[in-house]
Design a protein around this ligand. Structure first.
Ligand SMILES: NC(=O)c1ccc[n+]([C@@H]2O[C@H](COP(=O)([O-])OP(=O)(O)OC[C@H]3O[C@@H](n4cnc5c(N)ncnc54)[C@H](OP(=O)(O)O)[C@@H]3O)[C@@H](O)[C@H]2O)c1
Length: 211
């Protein structure tokens, strides 16, 4: 059975997955690079990085994934819809290497990139988007790549089987929060926490089997 998974979603202690305002110069707003400092030190990010706890979690991002779904604000800064040349933040060879579905109310034709990534633009409900991505994933799992809004919407719709969050010891105070509207989420998931020497806490939410 193909699973729906979230990986490496970094949040502040107060639950923000991004700061504000987002712009071309500041993709994470006032959070800057602080949410992902833990990842930059890993072998997953950089061949010279560490192979410790953070790396072990980070590597799972790419394992067994056949498609990604992301939100419009992960794909580009405000205004990208009006720029026909915008092809995402990641250069000619984005790090997805699978069909990648961008949810937007202003879809455009697909963009085929190097390395196996093709961006498809979809105006669809989470359940509809997941059905399309699952078909494309060819039996592998589907990753919900963020940002916060998309992850929240897929969790709220009951579509996420496994969620890996990384709680970073900073307080952002503003931005887009992951938790809003997800009251009692813990009732549906087994939750584990692992503290890493880097100071972050890896949280895994594994959906409980229904009787
Ligand atoms: N902390 C992390 O690990 C992490 C990971 C990934 C991204 N991020 C950051 O998170 C931020 C983006 O998150 P976000 O919460 O602002 O936005 P987001 O989840 O990326 O995208 C939300 C947008 O997607 C479109 N959308 C959502 N649901 C849709 C649906 N069902 N059908 C059609 N379109 C739909 C809408 O934009 P339209 O206007 O296009 O319709 C909506 O405003 C960025 O700053 C990114 O860098 C953080």
């Amino acid at each position: 059975m193909s699973l729906t998974r979230v990986h490496n979603l970094s949040i502040s202690l107060d639950g923000f997955a991004t700061g504000e305002p987002q712009s071309l110069e500041a993709p994470f707003g006032h959070a800057g690079e602080r949410l992902h400092g833990w990842m930059f030190g890993t072998r997953f990010w950089d061949a010279g990085g560490s192979a410790g706890v953070d790396d072990a979690f980070a590597q799972r991002h790419s394992q067994g994934i056949g498609a990604e779904i992301m939100g419009s604000h992960k794909f580009g800064p405000p205004g990208w819809h009006d720029d026909p040349e915008w092809r995402g933040w990641w250069g000619p060879n984005p790090p997805f290497h699978t069909p990648t579905y961008v949810l937007t109310h202003r879809p455009r034709p697909p963009l085929e990139m190097a390395g196996g990534t093709t961006f498809h633009f979809l105006d669809a409900t989470p359940a509809e988007a997941l059905a399309v991505a699952r078909e494309a994933a060819g039996g592998q799992d589907v990753r919900i790549g963020g940002g916060a809004t998309i992850v929240r919407d897929f969790v709220a719709a009951g579509l996420v089987d496994l969620m890996h969050l990384v709680q970073v010891p900073i307080v952002l105070g503003r931005g887009v929060r992951i938790w809003d509207g997800l009251e009692a989420l813990e009732d549906g998931y087994d939750i584990e926490a692992v503290s890493a020497p880097s100071g972050v806490t890896h949280l895994t939410f594994t959906r409980r089997a229904t009787a």
